[in-house]
Design a protein around this ligand. Structure first.
Ligand SMILES: [Zn+2]
Length: 678
């Protein structure tokens, strides 16, 4: 039997991939990679792009074609067997990449190409790859003496393991918890679909009553709508103490956080950086931790008065509902009530107008209009019956990219929404390999014979992830390592995604993607006007919250001494004192579930969400000038930003698109926080 992970071409055979395929495939490819590296490293002739860099690119792609689908399935159809295979091989892979990134012989070869006469005759894209390699080798410890190199390797291995364990713990702690309600009276206030879903969940578990979980589609409606304060408190407490010392000690992320921070600090110091944030920023658009802190401080200064006012309004309104003081588990509930009173509509009301098919068609229409492409359903092997597959054609009717959707929450699927690369565009002697993207969300699945209905927030998320997808799929870069989102600075990577969110707020766009689930009628204009008025509801509080997370992250990685007396809990409490307008209970362990910085790539990089918002709001302002569905603006965005991928710096792409450097004005205006608007 051939191993489906080793085909090296075409789409992944999701219907054939089994956990037992993982180790043989990865072992074979790693052996092949090590052999290749040995050959390249010991070849005596002067290295060139074709003889040296290209074979490495080829193998790197081959490896990702085997490992990519494994990582994807581990995230969306997790089983104990697959997880074990994934974790075992992750250890091998990180050892391999760590060896690769520290192989001084390869480093010397890349430096050889960089300083050769032939360098100037390489394409700008190829030059960028060589320059990135030299930079990354330095960051990967290639210039370290032997003893330090060994330690560096050990740290990388441990960090990779700890990160994976961190996110497993969050997933397990989330999956392990459920709360059964047997008294119907306790469901008061909850929307009908949330009650139905809870009933279905109980039935699936052979229980009588209504089962609530910590998965967002179950958790969020309770926090927003359940009149029963005790029910909200129960779920809030469970959610905000996930993977902490208050639950199973096996799933406690507290020691993992301490270890991760210590190891990161040690790693940065080995490389001669003062702290981990400095080493993290070496590959980002922002230059120094101070620049990031200044950026956040400027935003905080602008947002805090608005945040305070938001909180004062909420407290005052809470009093009218009989809340003398607002507990953490009352905030979403009272906020939703105040929003309904102020704007007289609810998420639930809007949701009835946003069935999945209309939303999908609306998204496709925007993309097709401004970028001159066409999207049609297509066939491919999938990993779950709820997944689907599509093709993107250019104006000439030629296929240029493909993508998968997997949109509903379910057990064994990691929470949140994300885009991931399946296949990356590149030019090979055989022709162009077309890019393929995974678009994964955790929306509520259809209940009964009704279509899936999305909240407007979910629609935004959907557009957001599709923006990442477009960055990956519309690229025209020919070389693997800087194609699509590859090689794009972390703090610029959210530009296309946040840019796409803007379209969910355009009447011209939104009106065409609505149809009431029962009457088929489009969203009424009055309701849209209310939504628009409500758009910046609590924008101050939300901005303060994002700054809280970003500041926590950057301080943890630049000022905090991981070997000192303080803990990360102390840091988050200090940050909250400074920027938060509502302080959660002392037992809140937000950081124990903060996978972005402990299990994802956002360590010393969480600020990038706001940073990229500045870029995306400013980019969108060209569409405000030239017309919302302006093909001219779309073409410019496509050619100067999306198609360029990582082949040049984000600043170069932005300036080429906008004709100037980015400005904060559009973001503040979009958030209703312009000077003098309070
Ligand atoms: Zn994103």
């Amino acid at each position: 039997m051939s191993n489906p992970l080793l085909s090296g071409q075409g789409l992944p055979q999701f219907d054939q991939i089994k956990p037992e395929h993982v180790s043989p495939a990865i072992d074979a490819l790693l052996a092949e990679g090590r052999k290749l590296i040995e050959t390249l490293a010991t070849t005596e002739t002067a290295p060139t792009w074709e003889s040296f860099a290209l074979p490495l690119e080829d193998h790197s792609e081959k490896l990702s074609r085997a490992w990519g689908p494994v990582g994807h399935m581990n995230a969306v159809v997790n089983t104990p067997e697959l997880r074990e295979a994934y974790n075992d091989n992750l250890t091998k892979l990180s050892a391999y990449y760590s060896d690769l990134s520290q192989d001084e012989r390869l480093y010397q070869k890349f430096k050889g190409i960089q300083s050769s006469d032939a360098f100037s005759s390489l394409t700008a894209t190829q030059q960028k790859i060589i320059n990135n390699e030299v930079r990354d080798f330095k960051l990967g410890g290639a210039e370290l003496p032997e003893d330090k190199k060994a330690r560096y390797k050990e740290i990388a291995k441990q960090l990779s393991k700890l990160s994976s364990q961190f996110s497993d713990n969050v997933l397990d702690a989330t999956n392990d918890y459920s709360h059964l309600v047997t008294n119907e009276a306790e469901l008061s206030g909850l929307p009908a679909d949330a009650i139905e879903a809870a009933k279905a969940a109980a039935e699936e578990n052979n229980q009588q009553g209504w089962l609530f979980t910590l998965h967002f589609p179950s958790y969020l409606p309770v926090m927003q709508y359940a009149d029963n304060q005790a029910l909200r408190e129960t779920l809030y407490r469970a959610y905000s103490t996930r993977a902490s010392e208050f639950g199973s000690s096996e799933l406690d992320n507290t020691p993992l956080i301490a270890n991760i921070l210590k190891l990161r600090d040690e790693e940065a110091k080995l490389l001669d950086f003062a702290n981990y944030a400095e080493s993290s920023l070496a590959t980002k658009m922002a230059d120094t931790p101070e620049q990031v802190k200044d950026f956040l401080a400027t935003l905080a200064k602008r947002a805090k008065p608005f945040a305070k006012q938001d909180m004062a309004d909420l407290k005052a309104y809470g009093k009218t509902l009989g809340f003398d003081a607002l507990k953490a588990w009352d905030i979403s509930y009272v906020s939703e009530k105040l929003r309904q009173e102020k704007y007289a509509f609810s998420d639930q009301e809007v949701k009835q107008y946003l069935p999945e098919n209309k939303v999908k068609a609306g998204l496709f229409k925007v993309v097709e209009t401004i970028f001159g492409v066409q999207i049609t359903p297509a066939e491919a092997p999938i990993w779950h019956e709820n997944a689907s597959f599509y093709q993107i054609n250019n104006a000439q009717g030629q296929a240029i990219a493909y993508f998968y959707f997997d949109l509903y929450a379910r057990k064994g699927k990691r929470g949140g929404a994300w885009m991931d690369e399946c296949i990356t565009r590149r030019k090979t002697p055989a022709g162009i390999e077309l890019p393929v993207a995974y678009l994964t969300c955790n929306f509520s699945a259809p209940v009964g014979n009704k279509p899936a209905l999305f909240t407007h927030d979910e629609v935004e998320t959907f557009f957001h992830e599709f923006g990442h997808g477009l960055h990956h799929m519309l690229t025209q870069v020919d070389e693997y390592s800087v194609s699509g989102i590859k090689g794009v600075e972390w703090d610029a990577v959210e530009l296309p995604s946040q840019f796409m969110e803007n379209f969910c707020w355009e009447w011209e766009v939104l009106k065409n993607m609505t149809a009431h689930v029962e009457t088929g009628k489009p969203l009424p204009r009055e309701l849209f006007d209310k939504m628009l008025a409500a758009k910046n509801y609590q924008a101050g509080m939300q901005t303060a919250r994002q700054i809280e997370f970003a500041l926590f992250d950057i301080r943890l990685h630049s000022e905090f001494d991981p070997n000192g007396k303080q803990t990360s809990q102390d840091v988050i409490e200090q940050v909250r004192e400074e920027v938060a307008v509502s302080i959660p209970p002392k037992w809140n362990r937000f950081q124990n579930g903060f996978s972005h910085i402990f299990a994802g790539g956002y360590a010393a990089g969480y600020y990038s969400y706001k940073w990229a918002e500045v870029l995306s709001a400013d980019a969108y302002s060209l569409f405000e000038e030239l017309g919302v569905l302006s093909e001219e603006a779309g073409t410019r965005f496509k050619t100067e930003v999306l198609e360029q991928g990582g082949s040049r710096t984000a600043m170069e792409s932005f300036v080429a698109f906008r004709g100037r450097e980015p400005s904060m004005d559009a973001l503040l205006r979009h958030n209703g926080m312009s000077e003098g608007t309070m």
